[in-house]
Write a protein that binds this ligand. Sequence first.
Ligand SMILES: [Zn+2]
Length: 526
Amino acid sequence: MRLVLFLCVALAATPVLAAAPLTDEARWWGHVETLAGPEFEGRLTGSPGHARAAAYAAERFKTYGLEPAGTEGYLQPVTFVVQKVDAARSGVALVAGTETRALEVGPDIILGSRIPQLPVVEAPLVFIGYGLHLPEIGVDDFAGQDLRGKIAVYMNGGPGEISAALKSHSRGVQTWRAAQAAGAIGLISLSSPKTAEVPWARTIENSIQPGMYPVDPALQEAGAPKFSASFNPATAQKLFARSGHSFAEVVALADAAKPMAGFDLKVGLKANVASTVSETTSQNVVARLPGSDPKLAAEHVVITAHIDHLGLNETGKGPAYYPGAMDNASGVASVLEVARQMASAKVKPKRSVLFVLVTAEEKGLLGSKYFAERPTVPKASVVANLNMDMALPLWPLTSVIVLGVDESTLGDAARAAAKSQGLDLVADPYPDRNSFIRSDQYSFIRAGVPALAFKFGFKPGTPEAEIERAWRSNRYHGLADDLSQPVERAEAVKFNAYMAAVVLQAANASTRPAWKDASFFKRFAD
Ligand SMILES: [Zn+2]
């Protein structure tokens, strides 16, 4: 409605301007403006604003002439359990003998909401070093640990000799599985202040948000309820006070990527976790461009971007909602632009292309996980995933970062496309951020599908690196990821052209992409 009204006014006022065709730049930015605008209220998974954003994208796909490929037209509804932890009604304390030391929920500890929380817990705390479970390379911080009925405390990171891919993989579900197998009833994660991507104050703000997990038990990975939390590095010494060790010593080892052993923290944790549970349904949006080759058209290259973001601002301070202009209205706008251009091109790709805008990325990659496990096309026909999440068009595009480029033959498509567009490929400047497993491509990787993720390139120590650093510290998951930030729209158009070129390379290749034999991620395809 807003858009229609705008067009009418524009037509009446400036007929010459309105009649001129939109430039690619204006089209891309128009999507960003609309998606990050007030109508969609920050696109929280399950919210009316998200549903309107999904409808907007579906309408665009329809206009471009793409096939609806969801389960309800262009939409694939997905239902989640919503768990809202009430910090004000929850209490956490450290207990040693008869001594109890209360912790502040928020400033000290943030209670997790992404897996079912235990309402009441009292258990000893054990530090387990990095909490890595990688038996394939002989590293297992859980080995020989009796964690029955205990809460395991671990430090993010890992020894330098272990590849970033392995360290990344061993996080999340893998850490839970290993902890569970060792009998633990909970996990507390710690991080070095050096690796903190956002200030703790913003982490507290974001923790007001409810967590979610799939309603479908087959897709729930953590199993039975567990205590889960993360601890503020600034106050984490409280956990170590009685152990004969210090948090500073743990941080020093982690910062130097040195091995570290676990030890008993000689303190217990007591918690009442007040939470409410409900259900919500949100939408993946799926459109299909049929391939031109009689045989290869049965296979699908899937290009993705998450359409959800953080929704309304419930802190009571500042703007009404989180715009998420870069995270990830920009990626959705790019998918829409690649879709429009490919649909209107005379020569169609040989394989079919699926354009998928996934929900619930911010809730733990849940929409993409659902799609990867329950695709709307035959599962075996999904041959590749290309994902965009915060590509950051904030400086000139002279190079691209392609996460996963050495893991599969799909990387060859990304390289060939870069060459055709005159772009360099640069290495991930921050492998320890675990970016390859931190966005929706990982859902496809775990389903066995070769995948890549794409960002604007930059090198450490350059002005671009400083722009990136400042963006993370000032805007990432904050209210300032808005439409007033300086976005390089013309560079985004070049990036879209690059993405279209990668899709074409992958869709036209004679053989379907495969994981390299040496790739750690190949295991999911076997
Ligand atoms: Zn995000």
